[in-house]
Design a protein around this ligand. Structure first.
Ligand SMILES: Cc1cc2nc3c(=O)[nH]c(=O)nc-3n(C[C@H](O)[C@H](O)[C@H](O)COP(=O)(O)OP(=O)(O)OC[C@H]3O[C@@H](n4cnc5c(N)ncnc54)[C@H](O)[C@@H]3O)c2cc1C
Length: 386
């Protein structure tokens, strides 16, 4: 038997229902399915068109870090797990996710920025990553297209990137092969509750899926799902816009990830260059704007003047699900016996996808609570107090 949600036929019951089929929902579905758990994802749009698919795919943990701490431990563990997962997925799916570790150059272009970068280097050193201080000239020897304004740089050879959209596709294919089912154009619109349990997820159009456990992995929209449980989540959408440009013919390719004060440049194997990203408080409006595009191009040109002649091939926008302390919200929702939250990954959802999938899958399938789940417990915010 099955219920219907609009024109989408949904199953009557699943052991675990996941709301949201972005990189976080799919990663959880992948690890759960491999552990033999029956999983059903509900996605109101289509897989591969949202924030997770357009992310730059940086595997560059230093950006948000100011030294050791909970976020550093999470990101370093997350990058290590993701590297293993990517190798596994490439071998099993044949999809080229294009992981690469060209190293990153983090630049300073003014005297004050040089002092700031030196302080950051000192704070980064205890993290145990390989880091080198370069003068402006040394940076230009590595990357001759850099502007003469570059005064200094930190070179981090272990930072890298991948193609986030392809990772999402490979993960979804692998999860489906392991038994996960995904219903697209199927929006969760409410919950049937009894005491401290969710009995079923209701879908727009009148369908209903009974569940043993519910995982809310709806990205920036997760707060709306939590509101059905009477819970206010401290999550805000931060819009990011990205461009893909084609450098002029004959221009040598960049060899490193480049980080300026506000933007980054990611060279791809096909010769294109991704320029990202804006950080904007624009509510839930997901669109590329003329101002965003112009700003990204101007910033890119200030770092690499030859990009003035580059042509824009594509542009995207997405919403980062951001929390007040920069850590994700992972684990049981206080006050509810069978609801788990997996969101709030901000600018790091791709880097943290494999680790999040594992942690949440272990929690559901074996009851194991990693110390990371304590750090990232939704209960750390007063708004969750039952
Ligand atoms: C411009 C930009 C660049 C980025 N670059 C990087 C990067 O280089 N490295 C990195 O690690 N991270 C990066 N990020 C961050 C990363 O993209 C996010 O942290 C990550 O994609 C969040 O994944 P998610 O699955 O939680 O959310 P999403 O990808 O937003 O997925 C949530 C899904 O839930 C669905 N949904 C919502 N409500 C419902 C409902 N009621 N019913 C059914 N479905 C619903 C949505 O349609 C959506 O598909 C970037 C983000 C942006 C915006």
């Amino acid at each position: 038997m099955s219920g219907t949600a609009g024109r989408v036929t949904v199953p009557e019951r699943a052991e675990v229902v996941i709301i949201g089929a972005g990189i976080i929902g799919w990663s959880i579905a992948y690890y759960l399915s491999r552990a033999g758990v029956e999983v059903c994802l509900l996605e109101r749009a289509e897989v591969g068109v949202g924030t997770s698919a357009i992310a730059a795919g940086l595997l560059a943990p230093l950006g948000p870090l100011n030294g050791p701490g909970p976020l550093a431990s999470l990101l370093l563990a997350g990058c290590a797990e993701l590297s293993k997962l990517v190798a596994e997925l490439e071998a099993s799916s044949g999809i080229e996710i294009e992981p690469g570790w060209p190293g990153a150059l983090r630049l300073a272009c003014e005297a004050r920025a040089v002092a700031r970068l030196r302080r950051r280097l000192e704070r980064w050193q205890p993290l145990g990553l390989e880091l080198h201080w370069l003068s402006g000239e040394e940076a230009r020897r590595r990357e001759p297209l850099l502007s003469a304004d570059v005064l200094a740089a930190v070179y981090a050879p272990e930072e890298g990137q991948l193609r986030a959209g392809r990772l999402l596709k490979a993960l979804a294919d692998a999860a489906r092969r392991a038994g996960a089912r995904c219903y697209e154009h199927c929006e969760a619109s409410g919950l049937r509750l009894q005491a401290d349990r969710v009995l079923a997820v209701q879908t727009r159009g009148g369908g209903e899926i009974a569940c043993g456990s519910l995982v809310i992995a709806a990205g920036a929209w997760s707060a709306q799902c939590c509101a059905w449980l009477g819970t206010a989540v401290p999550l805000r959408p931060v819009r990011g816009q990205l461009l893909s440009v084609r450098p002029p013919a004959g221009l040598p390719s960049l060899q490193h990830l480049i980080f300026g004060r506000a933007i980054y440049l990611v060279p791809r194997r096909d010769g294109s260059l991704t320029i990202g990203a804006t950080r904007e408080e624009a509510g839930f409006e997901v669109r590329v704007t003329e101002e965003g595009r112009a700003w990204l191009l101007a910033q890119a040109r200030s770092l690499v003047p030859a990009l003035a002649a580059a042509s824009v091939e594509d542009s995207w926008a997405g919403l980062r699900p951001s929390t007040p302390d920069g850590l994700p919200l992972l684990g049981p929702l206080p006050g509810w016996r069978n609801v788990i939250l997996a969101t709030g990954h901000g600018s790091q959802g791709v880097m943290l996808s494999a680790l999040t999938g594992q942690l949440i899958s272990d929690l559901i399938s074996t009851g194991e609570r990693s110390p990371f789940l304590l750090t990232c417990s939704p209960g750390r915010f007063a708004t969750f107090a039952p």
